[in-house]
Design a protein around this ligand. Sequence first.
Ligand code: ZN
Ligand code: FE
Length: 263
Amino acid sequence: MNALEYVPVPAFEDNYIWVVSDGHHAVVVDPGEAAPVRACLAKRGWRLSAILLTHHHQDHVGGVADLLKGQAVPVYGPAGEAIAHVTQRLKNGDRVTIAKPALEFSVLDVPGHTSGHIAYFQAADPGGTPHVFCGDTLFACGCGRLFEGTPAQMLASLDALAALPGATQVHCAHEYTLSNIRFALACEPGNVELQAWRDKASELRARNQPTLPTTIAHERAVNPFLRSDSPAVHATLQEQLHEKIFDRLTAFTLMREWKNRFR
Ligand code: ZN
Ligand code: FE
């Protein structure tokens, strides 16, 4: 089988619209705008075969209507959110099978950023590598804001993503890595892997390269929101916020609130 290409198409200020292709056909994930997707497809001679949506925010769905002009392709989206043009409504455990490119996903419910947010997990590409498209749930070194969900929901969603195989390539929907790393270092200044990642990510951004995809194993090591049981993180929160941390949900909740006001 042919290898697949996973292309992050930059959109707006800091979004990535992921395009997956076998060299002929392509699926697009969260097309917040159509023009950059059309340009990517035209440049490579790829034909759109399906659209996958993770949640209802405009910067993820705004380009759907335009992309459907002149062609009818299936549009997959969360069952728990009302999104125009969705033809297949998905919930936890559902499978998505696409013929061209040959892709198979299982669906994970990952509420927290929005209440119906889903992620698409591909257990193995033709080379055996797993991939996940997680929208605005998990970011490199961070997680999405809680617009519609509770901290407990988001923590459970991040736990589900963190339980995926370590080699899973994580395709996030925004380039937030450098500012997330600044916050992560405030949480865990002594994390050596995190320090190394700051240097690497700064270098990539200086050359205008994406810092994505990241991997689940890497996020477990450097992402404070996947490390809410870390004694180092608890110590920082106690010192910074003068709160006594007894459990990971409290730590996660305090960390998410601190990040909201962190500059
Ligand atoms: Zn969003
Ligand atoms: Fe977004």
